[in-house]
Write a protein of this length. Structure first.
Length: 326
C-alpha cells in the first residue's frame, strides 16, 4: 500500500518537532505508540482557504507543556512556553503538522490527510484517577514564522474567537481510545478584495497623557498582530494601508464584507525591559481620539469612511478598536 511519509528534522530542531519536508515511499511508517494510560487530545487549524502556511510555522500555545519525545501533555498554568529545566522560549508548545495521522507515523489526529493544508497535532494526557480533578487546558494559536531568534512568543492568530479555546480531560477517562478528546480548532478565513486604511493624526491625539509619536507602529488582527512601522507625513498623518503589507508571504490578505478588523497603535521607542513601544490606550482600552478609518472595495473610486467602535464585551478583544466592513 502506497503511503506518504515525512522526514523529520533532527538535531536542535527536535525540541520543537519541526517537520522539514515530505516524499512518497512504498514503505509504511510505523504508528506512534500511544503511551499506556493516556487519552489522546487533538487540535487542528484549517488553512485550506488560503494555503499560506508551511512546516514549522504554527504552534498550539496555552496552559500546557508537551514533551517532544513522548508527546505527553501536562498542565502548565503560567503559559511559560518552556519545558521543565529549559530556557528555550516556546519549546513546550507543540508545532502543528500536515504529515498525516499519528496512527500512520505522523503527528496529526486520526483521520487526517497529509498535505491537505489542515495543520494538526495529537498529544497524550494521563487522566486523573476517578474521583479526582479533571485536567483543563486553555489555549490559542500562534504564528511563529516571523519570530526573532530566541523569541518567547509568536503572533497571536486565534482571531475571531470569544475567548481562549478549552479542552477538558475528565478524571477517570478511559484510555482505550474511546474517550479521546478533540479541542475546538481554528479556521483561517478566506482573504478578500477590500482594502483597509487606518489613520492616526498626530495633531489631534489624546492630550490627557504624554505620547511619543517619534515612532509609529500599527498592529491588528489584519496583520496577525504583527507590528508594522508606519511612515508619517509632514502634515502629521500616519496612514496604515492594508494592501501595502498584505500578501501570502506575510500570512495576511485583504478583507471581506462582514470582517471586523481590530487594531492598536504602538508609539515610541521601547524602554527596557520592554521590547515594544507604548500602546495608544487608556484605562478603557484603545484610544479613538485622532484616529479615522476607511475601506475601499474594488468598485470604489475613493476611500469610504468607516465608523470606529470599541469592543466592550468580556473576552480577549475587550478594549480594542475595530470597524465593520459593510
Amino acid at each position: 500500500m502506497m503511503k506518504r511519509i515525512v522526514t523529520l528534522c533532527l538535531g536542535a530542531l527536535a525540541l520543537t518537532m519541526s517537520a522539514c519536508g515530505s516524499s512518497d515511499s512504498a514503505t509504511p511508517r510505523p504508528p506512534f505508540p500511544r503511551p499506556a494510560g493516556h487519552v489522546a487530545v487533538n487540535f487542528s487549524a484549517d488553512d485550506r482557504a488560503n494555503k499560506v502556511y508551511a512546516d514549522g510555522q504554527l504552534k498550539w500555545k496555552g496552559s500546557l507543556s508537551v514533551d517532544p519525545t513522548t508527546r505527553v501533555m501536562t498542565v502548565e498554568s503560567t503559559w511559560s512556553g518552556k519545558l521543565p529545566g529549559s530556557t528555550v522560549g516556546m519549546s513546550a508548545w507543540p508545532l502543528l503538522y500536515d504529515d498525516g495521522p499519528w496512527t500512520d507515523g505522523g503527528h496529526e489526529p486520526i483521520g487526517a490527510v497529509a498535505g491537505d493544508h489542515i495543520w494538526g497535532v495529537t498529544t497524550f494526557v494521563a487522566p486523573s484517577a476517578a474521583g479526582g480533578a479533571a485536567k483543563t487546558f486553555e489555549y490559542g494559536l500562534i504564528d511563529i514564522a516571523f519570530a526573532a531568534a530566541g523569541a518567547t512568543d509568536g503572533n497571536w492568530v486565534w482571531n475571531g474567537h470569544p475567548g481562549n479555546g478549552t479542552v477538558v480531560v475528565p478524571a477517570g477517562a478511559l484510555t482505550d481510545g474511546s474517550a479521546d478528546v478533540t479541542g475546538p480548532g481554528h479556521t483561517f478565513a478566506k482573504y478578500g478584495d477590500i482594502d483597509v486604511k487606518i489613520v492616526l493624526n498626530k495633531n489631534t491625539m489624546d492630550t490627557t497623557a504624554t505620547w511619543d509619536a517619534s515612532v509609529v507602529k500599527f498592529k491588528g488582527s489584519i496583520t496577525n498582530w504583527n507590528e508594522k512601522t508606519v511612515t508619517c507625513a509632514v502634515t502629521g498623518l500616519c496612514e496604515f494601508v492594508l494592501s501595502t503589507v498584505a500578501g501570502p508571504a506575510q500570512h495576511s490578505g485583504l478583507a471581506v464584507s462582514g470582517d471586523k478588523p481590530e487594531w492598536v497603535w504602538v508609539l515610541g521607542v521601547p524602554v527596557a525591559p520592554a521590547t515594544t513601544g507604548k500602546e495608544y490606550k487608556d484605562a478603557n482600552g484603545a484610544i479613538m481620539t485622532g484616529v479615522t478609518a476607511f475601506y475601499k472595495r474594488p468598485t470604489d473610486a475613493t476611500w469610504q469612511s468607516a465608523t470606529i467602535a470599541q469592543v466592550t464585551a468580556a473576552g480577549l478583544s475587550k478594549g480594542n478598536t475595530y470597524i465593520t466592513i459593510p
